[in-house]
Design a binder for this molecule. Structure first.
Ligand code: GDP
Ligand code: MG
Length: 310
């Protein structure tokens, strides 16, 4: 099982069933409803939230009703492309975002990125991956060890920094994270470093004091991009947590981690649809290069098993 296998098989089953029913006769509403009913159940099983699943079903229904199957020729392609267009249309309000393009548009040096989310979701690992991505493209990066709370957090960051050759700005454990951020930004300014990445302490959304603290760090940091790091395997829990975070700090983008270990696949679609923030990257493993740039069109093709198509 690899990423998205389950949800992909659900979409494939839908397309196959539609194709076989149009080869027998005109595509009737009754057949469509039966097939979509099955799809709905599978989407729910694979972590798509109820409201999102309903929207998907409605979009695909309106797409399929317009399908005129060719008498000869490739019915599968026609059906797949109707589903693809319906899905793309469904996501039209959610922009794609390219990190480097955003850096260039904002034109700020340093460009400040703040990473947010609960413990274990993959913030620190993702910071290392995105840093490698930027360094491979000739940008310089410095890290702010603003997780001064969890034992071992600074050492974990330093472990990555030695391998990648990145400087870490740190204080003692228990120090004010906002002060660490301030120092890191000063450092970047004086050394003309392109990007500051802020590793914040993981916190549960229910901890009001820690959530207030994140608001304060955000105020001092004035990040150009605050990223919520969402563990794909956590499904609806990640969605609820992100919804609370949004009440405290602006979240500009998402990174979905651990999609490699998550065959169900539905939470990526759910977070995208429910939070309406662009997904910058997907984490696809524990290595530094296990990072996939996200765009809606390739994502939908992945879900529909259409990767090879133009
Ligand atoms: N398989 C897989 N594991 C990941 C991915 N991203 C992070 N991890 C693992 O998740 C665990 C927690 O990551 P960490 O960066 O420490 O999370 P943090 O507490 O949010 O900083 C570590 O064991 C990482 O190796 C990913 O994309 N795929
Ligand atoms: Mg961490």
């Amino acid at each position: 099982m690899t990423m998205f296998d389950k949800i992909r098989s659900a979409f494939k089953k839908t397309a196959d069933a539609i194709v076989s029913s149009i080869s027998e006769k005109e595509l009737g509403e009754k057949e469509i409803e039966e097939v979509l009913n099955d799809l709905m159940n599978e989407l729910l099983e694979y972590d798509v939230a109820f409201e999102s699943a309903e929207q998907v079903i409605n979009a695909i229904r309106s797409g399929l009703i317009k399908v005129r199957a060719p008498r000869f020729g490739d019915k599968t392609a026609v059906v797949n492309s109707a589903i693809y267009e319906a899905m793309l249309d469904l996501l039209r309000d959610i922009p794609d975002m390219d990190l480097i393009q955003d850096m260039q548009t904002k034109g700020k040096r340093p460009y400040i990125m703040m990473y947010l989310g609960p413990n274990g979701y993959g913030k620190t690992t993702t910071i290392a991956k995105v840093t490698k991505y930027l360094m491979d493209r000739r940008f310089s990066v410095v890290w702010a060890a603003a997780d001064t709370f969890r034992a071992g957090a600074i050492e974990q960051l330093e472990g990555h920094s030695e391998k990648l050759g990145v400087k870490v700005i740190k204080h003692q454990y228990g120090a004010d994270p906002a002060a660490v951020v301030y120092d890191a930004v000063q450092h970047a300014q004086s050394k003309r470093i392109d990007v500051v990445m802020i590793d914040t302490a993981g916190r549960m959304h229910t901890d009001k004091n820690l959530m207030e603290e994140i608001r304060k760090i955000h105020k001092v940091a004035t990040p150009d991009l605050s990223v919520f790091v969402a563990d794909a395997m956590m499904g609806n829990e990640a969605l609820e947590i992100a919804r609370t975070y949004v009440k405290y700090v602006p979240i500009n983008a998402l990174i979905m981690t651990k999609v490699d270990a998550y065959p169900k696949g539905g939470s990526v679609l759910t977070l995208l649809m429910e939070l309406k923030r662009p997904i910058l990257f997907m984490g696809t493993g524990q290595g530094y290069d296990d990072l996939q740039k996200f765009d809606k069109s390739s994502f939908i093709k992945q879900l529909l098993g259409m990767e090879g198509m133009q």
